[in-house]
Design a protein around this ligand. Structure first.
Ligand code: NDP
Ligand SMILES: C[C@H](O)[C@@H]1OC(=O)[C@H](O)[C@@H]1O
Length: 266
């Protein structure tokens, strides 16, 4: 079944690379106009926007640091000014700054929390305020807006050596579920995806060579994930096919989260 997101506008944060890049491509292929956010890598973001336009779609690339409320507000402004509104937010931006707990600096703790957790708060808040502002004006979906948080299996699985990252994702879990509890009556639909081991830049050290062999021992389904595996799930969660899915986390991990004893991969 081909999913259509025609006439809908999506904002994907952190779409200059990896999962965000794949999600922006997938949402555009389903007919959505896409705002491709990047922080430092303009070139791949601009090239993706151009590729989408060349293929008859609508897309713009917009620089913004999701930990800056002014930048986040500008992302929403650009969506409205270029495409008339906002229907879908994929809050994807994230990074790791790994260290053993005894060696972790406050700066590295704070940076990961600022981007991975505060950035998700700021983008979700700005999106839902826009959904409220445009309520009744956009007959494009059964919901009055959809928010998809990109979390991780490490919202559930502890990750020694990555306490800032795992704590940020644990926070995303209850951020999402609390927002969902608060805004569901407005038919604003809020969910998370929790990817496992996906072959992207953030994960390069773990998904190649001997490290990948070790990781595969923890993946019942027997393969490392691809960005497209995540993008396909995001397109479905953004569509009316999942209209009764609200406050849920979709684990996209080949079954990795079935291993509660998983101590992380490095
Ligand atoms: N890959 C994996 O196996 C998994 C990934 N995830 C999560 O998926 C999400 C994407 O990860 P992945 O694609 O692998 O990582 P990448 O490193 O490939 O991409 C990260 C993206 O986040 C953007 N970003 C970083 N800091 C900021 C910021 N301050 N403001 C705005 N954007 C920012 C980057 O932008 P730029 O490069 O332009 O600076 C980039 O586009 C993250 O939230 C990650 O935690 C979860 C589970 C597994
Ligand atoms: C399980 C993955 O290898 C791990 O999970 C994450 O969230 C990290 O980005 C790593 O990819």
């Amino acid at each position: 079944m081909q999913i259509s997101l025609a006439k809908q506008v999506a904002l994907v944060t952190g779409a200059s690379s990896g999962l965000g890049y794949a999600c922006a491509k997938g949402l555009a292929a389903a007919g959505a106009s896409v705002v491709i956010n990047y922080n430092s890598q303009a070139e791949p973001a601009e090239k993706l926007a151009e590729e989408i336009r060349q293929q008859g779609g609508q897309a713009i690339a917009v620089q913004g640091d999701v930990s800056s409320q002014d930048d986040v507000n500008n992302l929403i402004t650009q969506a409205v000014e270029h495409f008339g509104g906002l229907d879908i937010l994929v809050a994807n931006s994230g990074l790791q700054k790994d260290a053993a707990i005894g060696d972790m600096t406050l700066q590295d703790w704070q940076k990961v929390i600022d981007v991975n957790l505060t950035g998700q708060f700021l983008t979700a808040q700005a999106a839902l305020l826009q959904f409220r502002k445009q309520k009744g004006q956009r007959q494009v979906s059964r919901a009055n807006g959809k928010i998809i948080h990109v979390s991780s299996v490490h919202q559930l699985i502890p990750w020694a050596g990555h306490v800032n990252y795992a704590a940020s994702k644990g926070g995303v879990d209850l951020l999402m579920r609390s927002i969902a509890q608060e805004v569901g009556e407005e038919q604003i639909r809020v969910n998370s995806i929790a990817p496992g081991a996906i072959a992207t830049a953030i994960n390069a050290d773990n998904t190649e060579g001997d490290a990948a062999k070790k990781l595969l021992e923890l993946i019942p389904y027997g393969r490392i994930g691809a960005s497209e595996d995540v993008a396909n799930a995001v397109v479905w969660l953004a569509s009316d096919l999942s209209d009764y899915v609200h406050g849920s986390t979709l684990f996209i991990d080949g079954g990795m989260s079935l291993y509660p004893e998983f101590r992380g991969n490095g």
